[in-house]
Design a protein around this ligand. Sequence first.
Ligand code: PEP
Ligand code: MG
Length: 883
Amino acid sequence: VQWVYNFGAGAADGRAEMKNLLGGKGANLAEMASIGLPVPPGFTLTTEVCTRFYEDKCTYPTELKGQVAKALARVEERSGQKFGDATNPLLLSVRSGARASMPGMMDTVLNLGLNDWTVAALAKRSGDRRFAYDSYRRFVQMYSDVVLGIELSHFEKLLERAKQRRGVKQDHELVAEDLEKLVMDYKARVHVEIGMDFPEDPHEQLWGAVGAVFNSWMNQRAKTYRQLHDIPESWGTAVNVQAMVFGNMGSDCATGVAFTRNPSNGANDFYGEFLVNAQGEDVVAGIRTPQELTIKARKSHGSDLPSLEEVMPNIFRELCTMRQQLETHYKDMQDIEFTIQQNKLYMLQTRTGKRTAHAALQIAVDMANEGLISKSQALMRLKPELIDQLLHPTLDPKAKKQVIAKGLPASPGAAAGKVVFSADEAVRRAKDGEKVLLVRIETSPDDIHGLHAAEGVLTTRGGMTSHAAVVARGMGRPCVAGAGAVQVDYAAARLSVGSVTVQEGQILTIDGVTGEVILGEVPTVPPQLSGAFGIIMAWADEYRTLQVRANAETPNDARQAKEFGAQGIGLVRTEHMFFDGGRIIAMRRMILAADEADRKVALEELLTMQREDITELFRIMDGRPVTVRLLDPPLHEFIPHTEAEMAQVAKAAGVPLNRVRRRAAELQEANPMLGHRGCRLAITYPEICEMQARAIFEAAAAVGKAGGAVPVAEVMVPLVATLQELSILKEVVEKTAAAVQKEQGMNFTYRVGTMIELPRACLQAGKLAEQAEFFSFGTNDLTQTTYGLSRDDAGAFLPEYKAKGIVEQDPFVSLDQEGVGELIKVAVERGRTARDGMKMGICGEHGGDPASIEFCNKVGLDYVSCSPFRVPVARLAAAQAAL
Ligand code: PEP
Ligand code: MG
């Protein structure tokens, strides 16, 4: 078995496609090396070593030692240096690299190979003793922390003491002798802590670091990150061992990170940051404020530090060429890390760059227009969920706002919340339902649970590529980074900007588009749906074959749905039209009526309201199909519960309170979701069905007479189990239609169909299709009844089912394709056999879930119907399903 893969100088054993084996970082290092980019030589221990390591009680495969020795010899040859050599020593970095990026979650060791002999050689070759001993003391500290498990605070104390001795405040004011002494102090401390000497043997160091990286796969941070991002534990991590290059050897050295396009808005600008004379982690850690790559970016951010384009113009041009080369090769925006050692440029990493939803769309559209990718590739690479993030509000530009500070616009969107200063506090308050804004000087991987719980993040230090910025963009949380004017006092739990003080719990708003930090909560406005969003939606419409409709019952929802591109309404839940205000009283009166005469009076009242509502929906939908479902009341939601509610109904109906009480008691059900629901109500009281049919047809006539497009009204019967139920109600609807047509002196087309939301209905679909002119799958109830799982109560225990792997996904969110899906397949087949070309759709919540939409496409449904805000998501998912 090949456990180790080499890379470097124009050749590599691996390729970009081998991410599963080499991890993301290792695969891309191999790819970069093989397309000729200047990658320091190195090798990758595969993820299979990690898997074996955990299977075999933390031991390595026997061939590993030999393979590493060979690979190390290759690196020595390629770099012209020797590991542990006292004149020209090879130094190594050892880093983790999982299949999916897990930024900062696992351990890294740099400058490995330093000891009392090699450090002297490093000092000589670099001509800089201070640099050599600073690298050494950093290495001892990092190794002791990561590999030997010694508390960092010990080393911090010793560092403080060294600075006191010298009478200085900053690390960089220490001279070579101070650092040399500090290394000795560090090592003495190590001996006290672990009762052994710090390892001087470079090979022992190497195996120690490799073991630590594999072990870090199971640390708490990494576990949490995997849970949040659905990364399986079984994947394991690879380990990358690579020749060190130094960005901190002097003023002709630098290190930086860059995106080949702007990750925040997607603009085709080279975008990044760097620090002169610094080591890689310094940029991301946000300790020094980084400089911009380009003159353009420097000007637009008003920075007074010179850009790379100005400081090292030749290197900048070389980097621009590599930017082109990478994009042409990978055909996607890349996130790169580079280091300049004594005026020579090295590439340390490339990967597909994380970006905001907005940038993702812009980049996909631009790359397709540039001919780098095809339109269908552009569509395929966009996660439908991204669309969701774009549909959310931004700050109202007209709102008054008291801006107290400005930072970098690190992740767009507006967020307001109560200020908290720690991740734990954010989680605690979010659990209590509070909206919080996490404020930190800077964030680290230890804060991810807090970033997740917060509405947004504000940091006072660090740039666009700082940890907070990268993670917030990935999670779709608004973020303002590096707002330097904000002073945070963790101990007092408050922040201040000049004379303004904000205590924990007070509200702030941040604007991730402008970088503004604003006092109090600022009103928001709906999102902009033009530009790249409009283009992607238009492309999606070219490819998809599934139609997309919306579930809507209010004029607002219908308008919203139409704006988002809904091609009709797939479900009007008529009972929802009676929830608000005084209407519920008429509804209760109807339900509680003691006899038919009583019920008729209440129905008259309801008819007027229903007709008006439906007329409005028809008008808005302007000739697009509208499916109106007959009353499907969970009865218990309409029965008055309190004495006051009963008194209201008694008064409206002019009956004694006692009678209402008795009726309400009679109507109580033990299991209302399986009770007198759906069409069962209309079977008992056909006059309800008649009233609704009349409202629908009179509405159609009214719209037509007013000169509007006459809609094809689709009347839908809910919760049907048997053909007889459907036949009885269809007859009522047809009679009513005939009557209304005669009264109004006009003809209109309509269809009567049924919901399919019971297993029996699926099995009997062939029979139902004799009467039904269309099917609409109500997968909420179909899931409930197939699983025998109450949709109102399952939330209490489903998370545990998910955690234990019994279900992969909540079946009420993503369709259970094996079970519920099988029933749908049967129903589609039997229905279409009985009625050729029968129109079928889905209107359960699953109609807006991308995986379920793919399934609907596969089984041949004609449309999906979902809530208005899911319509754009569904349009994209439908296109992807068709591609
Ligand atoms: C369904 O059951 O999937 C459905 C759309 O109806 P409701 O959610 O109103 O029961
Ligand atoms: Mg239902």
